[in-house]
Design a protein around this ligand. Structure first.
Ligand SMILES: [Mg+2]
Length: 329
């Protein structure tokens, strides 16, 4: 597979933010309410929500930004990476906007991190919420340059556990980061699904991903999403986003519209689906009307560039040691 890192400047973080902004108004609506308001074509334009203007994003993008900064500031040792995520999640907690509907697990752990609890001890025990997977896209992007697959898996797990202390959250984060990396490298949906099966076919997220792929041609999307789950937990969030991408791999617009037009955690599904589709299709595939209106476009472009610059410099050395740290998680 050819690596084309220059193509991924921008579209992962911007695709994620666009999906988040599109799905935000439907997050707390039931499916009948969504279909009554938006019809069969689904929600296709940004709308304001909870006093925020159209194009605003939610906690998903706030925390995705935190993950990107953690990777930029992280050193080459596992402890450094752990501390970097802990600091960024603490900063997120102390500056987050409640109108963006942050999840209770992230708030609880963020409060502990802000009080100085170490990242290893701050995660909410047993939490399988989607907060660990909806923010992990920068990990996949950062590891486009990594010489070993294990480093991506370890970094994804380290990004998860300061808030979500469960096997499901760590595995969900690892698989979501893999999907971003593979999409950016233009693996097809079939190839990527197969690779996840080969490595993680026995896990809950591996099995859910397979089911999502198998349902991709189901004519009734609402029925398929009902089978996959509502995305409040990390497993169904990854599977729902993957289903949205597999239904229309070459259309960013159809993928995020599908993910946003769902009962459940629509903004997280659409944000994750937007990150995957953005990685696969590139910046130009994101409709201009959304690129022009999404909150923080220039900041997200800047952040994306800095993340990739940092990744290139980081992987230029060969003495990283966080891979072994993640192996026993
Ligand atoms: Mg959200």
């Amino acid at each position: 597979m050819s690596r084309r890192p220059s193509d991924v400047r921008g579209p992962v973080l911007i695709g994620s933010a666009v999906g988040d902004a599109l799905g935000a108004p439907t997050e707390f609506m039931s499916l009948p309410e969504i279909r009554a308001k938006y019809g069969a074509r689904g929600i296709r334009e940004f709308e304001g929500f909870r006093g925020l203007p159209a194009g605003s994003w939610t906690d998903d993008t706030e925390m995705t930004i935190a993950v990107a900064w953690a990777l930029i500031h992280s050193g080459h040792r596992g402890d450094d990476m752990e501390d970097a995520f802990g600091h960024e999640y603490a900063r997120w907690y102390m500056t987050h906007d409640p109108r963006r509907s942050p999840g209770s697990t992230c708030r609880r752990a963020g409060q502990d991190l802000a009080r100085g609890v170490p990242p290893r001890l701050a995660g909410v025990a047993g939490s399988t919420g989607c907060g660990a997977v909806m923010r992990v896209a920068p990990v996949g992007l950062f590891h486009l340059f990594s010489p070993t697959p294990g480093s991506l898996i370890s970094a994804a797990k380290i990004s998860a556990y300061p808030t979500h202390d469960s096997v499901e959250a760590r595995m969900g984060a690892a698989v979501m980061a893999m999907l971003i990396e593979m999409a950016a490298q233009h693996w097809t949906a079939e190839e990527a699904t197969r690779r996840v099966q080969e490595n993680y076919g026995g896990t809950a997220v591996g099995q859910a991903l397979r089911k999502a792929y198998d349902l991709r041609n189901e004519p009734d999307a609402d029925a398929a999403y009902a089978q996959i789950g509502e995305g409040w937990d990390c497993t169904s969030a990854v599977a729902g986003a993957w289903f949205a991408f597999c239904r229309s791999p070459s259309s960013f617009e159809e993928t995020v519209v599908s993910a946003a037009t769902t009962q459940g955690d629509s903004d997280s599904l659409a944000s994750m689906a937007g990150a995957i589709s953005g990685a696969y299709n590139g910046l130009e595939a994101i409709p201009e009307r959304w690129r022009n209106k999404v909150e923080g476009y220039n900041m997200l472009s800047y952040l994306s560039d800095r993340l990739l610059d940092r990744a290139a410099a980081f992987w230029d050395v060969d003495d990283t040691d966080y891979e072994s740290l993640g192996e026993d998680l």
